[in-house]
Design a binder for this molecule. Structure first.
Ligand code: CTP
Length: 410
């Protein structure tokens, strides 16, 4: 279906590919309006972009003639999707901060239209902690990313930083357009989960050995946090029960911070009742019996023999509740082999309504990574999704859960 796309071109050698992007989007029937930052003008001319898009190209925040024809803000409000390609480190930093000191950054903050970023920059800029922080913030705020790809760069270095190829940008954009193109701003929540309470467990648990040591796992909490953001964007009231992570929880989500599996279970019961319970945490299977109150010391007796005791199964216990069981109880299955077979077995064993199974073998890069490919397993069968950004997985899952809940309503 033809849609209105606002393309923001920021500075970078990859800007020349944005011209091809305009052409290909128009071939697919989309209307493309273009905004260029002043830095983009160092690489390509507004005239080329205007000729290819068939519309005037905008560049300045204050222009009387343009303002009379079409308020600048309208450019991003009337768009079904905003694509930033190439997305420079500078523009992403401004957007992550919410700055509005030029046309591109103003358009990005003055709208609830979703944004797809196709970053392109030097590999060290992409890997710099400041850029990592900004990307994480933009994802939390509902943006999506395509690329960057690995490869030899114009600056002579090698690594992630090349802008994604045009077909990949178009595929990501069209997938977003199918999903609905608005993010829910706080106070305007009227999504499919309005008036619903969603409780989500997230992250690892830490099981103490003594006051200074603990058993943990590699879960980053990204998937659980992305689910919380997506549930909130869908209009739900969200309680996030999180083990220790380095993530900033989404604004407006009620957070219960816990360490151990036993604390997590207790926090779940504090948070209930809920319409949807999602167990996304990587709960430790065992804790150490009689964890010492004092730091264990090396001694003549050799290393301590740790006795492990099984932790309560939070998901199974909530799925088995007689009274007050949430309308939908969802589990995740982290597997390193036979993902679907183990997922099906877990659906049965845990008594939940759905298992979202994923491959967490080291080769998959899922643990701690930014994308995930999941299999949605229920008694109705198995639906295997393509590899997607964790925030996109979360959004699609939330749309699915909302539809399931709706079907349950008498
Ligand atoms: N889970 C839970 N409480 C536990 C263990 C797991 O709530 N004590 C939940 C997880 O949050 C996830 C699902 O159960 O939603 C499956 O977790 P996973 O670690 O894959 O499975 P396990 O139950 O640990 O089974 P196994 O060790 O056989 O993989």
């Amino acid at each position: 279906m033809a849609q209105n796309i606002l393309l923001i071109i920021s500075g970078g050698i990859a800007a020349y590919k944005a011209l091809d992007l305009i052409r290909r989007l128009r071939e697919r029937g989309h209307d493309v309006r273009v905004v260029m930052t002043p830095a983009a003008g160092e690489f390509i001319t507004p005239l080329s972009a205007a000729a290819l898009s068939g519309h005037e190209v905008h560049g300045a925040l204050f222009s009387l003639t343009e303002e009379a024809a079409m308020g600048h803000i309208e450019l991003s409000r009337s768009a079904d999707l905003i694509i930033v390609a190439p997305a420079s480190a500078d523009l992403m930093a401004k957007a992550a901060q919410g700055l509005a000191n030029d046309l591109a950054s103003t358009l990005l903050i003055a709208t609830d239209t979703r944004v797809l970023y196709a970053p392109a920059m030097n590999v060290r800029m992409w890997l710099h902690p400041a850029t990592r922080r900004n990307v994480a913030q933009l994802r939390t705020d509902g943006a999506n990313f395509v690329g960057p790809d690995d490869g030899a760069m114009a600056c002579g270095e090698f690594g992630p930083g090349r802008m994604a190829e045009v077909p990949a940008i178009i595929a990501a954009a069209e997938a977003m357009l199918q999903q609905g193109s608005k993010i829910a701003l706080p106070g305007s929540a009227a999504g499919p989960l309005k008036d619903r309470h969603v409780v989500i467990t997230s992250g690892p648990t830490f099981e103490p050995i003594d006051p200074v040591r603990y058993i943990a796992n590699r879960s980053s909490g990204r998937q659980g946090h992305a689910l919380a953001a997506a549930a909130q964007a869908a209009g739900a009231r969200v309680t996030l029960i999180s083990g220790p992570t380095a993530l900033t929880p989404p604004q407006g989500v009620h957070v219960l911070a816990v360490e151990t599996a036993r604390d997590m279970l207790a926090a779940c019961h504090i948070a209930l009742p809920a319409d949807i319970f999602i167990a996304a945490a990587a709960v430790a299977d065992w804790h150490v019996a009689h964890a010492g109150g004092h730091k264990l010391k090396k001694g003549a007796d050799g290393p301590p023999q740790l006795k492990l005791v099984e932790n309560p199964d939070i998901l199974a216990s909530i799925a088995a509740m007689d009274e007050g069981r949430p309308g939908l109880v969802i589990g995740f299955a982290a597997e390193t082999e036979q993902v679907i077979a183990h997922g099906k077995a877990k659906l049965q064993r845990k008594g939940c309504d759905m298992i979202i199974a994923n491959d967490v073998s080291p080769a998959s890069g899922v643990m701690g990574g930014e994308s995930n490919s999941v299999h949605v397993i229920s008694t109705e069968g198995v639906d295997s999704w393509p590899r997607l950004d964790k925030s996109e997985v979360a959004r699609r899952l939330m749309a699915l859960f909302a539809a399931k809940l709706r079907d349950q309503r008498p």
